[in-house]
Ligand binder design. Structure first.
Ligand SMILES: CC(C)(COP(=O)(O)OP(=O)(O)OC[C@H]1O[C@@H](n2cnc3c(N)ncnc32)[C@H](O)[C@@H]1OP(=O)(O)O)[C@@H](O)C(=O)NCCC(=O)NCCS
Length: 246
């Protein structure tokens, strides 16, 4: 029987209507065996198809942590829990086959993962372990908007790498909150000017849909770049949150 001794996740950030768990995705035979025992047949088949080094481990450990936390929140057993997928692959939870409204999102990179839960639909989290020596300006010219590219070009050395990953995680969190995946060109929107200048959080609007407001937050730390974004419900916009103007 699976127990919750030695969990490989822990609370990492709480506030602004969201709870974010950090998940340790480092190699650990005992945890990996436990995680595998929690996956359903479809998830095991998916795990077996990963070819990139470490991808199967990341998926199993993160998905199993998600399962245990969702089951606790939803008051169901692990066996009663399954996942459905929206048009572009964003997962949602099902209990005994019925969709559940719980709002969550997951990200994993290297040895670190994040699982986020929010009070409302439309949550995205992203985590990126920073890899040195990439062609930051070249990649940036394809995925970043004009102001973002200017800031990236002006930065040098470690600051360029840090900015590249910071922008990436902020934009990816927004894309994941929206759920559109690669169908939205990331150069078609830019992070708020205040955040480009270093602010940790701000309200954001996609230029393509300016009536909707999103809460965007930089959660980066020395180990990795990270961010979360979620849709602000119309009635709560600007009420309880300390938001900067956008
Ligand atoms: C899945 C996607 C949304 C993110 O992929 P990624 O960065 O490799 O992976 P992450 O670790 O951050 O997130 C993966 C998790 O997101 C979730 N996910 C999958 N599709 C999703 C979608 N369309 N929207 C939100 N979340 C999604 C899943 O839970 C997945 O984890 P799982 O496979 O273990 O269940 C990818 O399809 C994508 O489209 N990325 C956008 C790429 C891009 O243009 N980035 C530019 C930033 S400037």
């Amino acid at each position: 029987m699976t127990t919750r001794r030695d969990p490989w996740w822990s609370p990492w950030h709480e506030g602004e209507g969201a709870l974010i768990l950090h998940v340790d995705l480092g190699s650990d035979e005992g945890r990996e065996r436990q995680a595998l025992s929690l996956l359903d047949d479809e998830e095991r088949r998916r795990r077996d198809r990963f070819v990139v080094e470490g991808a199967a481990r990341r998926f199993s450990l993160c998905r199993a942590a998600l399962r245990l936390n969702l089951a606790e929140r939803l008051g169901c057993t692990n066996d009663e829990l399954s996942f459905g997928y929206r048009e572009h692959g964003k997962p949602f939870a099902k209990v005994n086959g019925a969709p559940s409204p719980v709002s969550f999102n997951v990200s994993h990179s290297g040895s670190n993962g994040l699982i986020g839960f929010a009070e409302h639909d439309g949550l995205g989290v992203d985590l990126e372990e920073r890899a040195p020596g990439r062609n930051f300006d070249g990649i940036g010219s394809r995925v970043y908007g004009p102001a973002e590219q200017r800031a990236l070009t002006a930065a040098e050395g470690q600051r360029k790498a840090d900015l590249f990953y910071r922008l990436w995680s902020l934009k990816e969190a927004l894309i994941k909150a929206l759920g559109t995946g690669f169908s939205l060109n990331p150069s078609r929107f830019e992070v708020p000017a205040a955040m480009l200048g270093g602010a940790r959080s701000s309200v954001f609007r996609f230029p393509q849909a300016p009536s909707e407001r999103w809460w965007l937050m930089d959660l980066g730390e020395p180990r990795f770049a990270a961010a979360m974004a979620y849709r602000l419900p119309a009635r709560a916009a600007g009420s309880t949150l300390q938001v900067s103007a956008n």
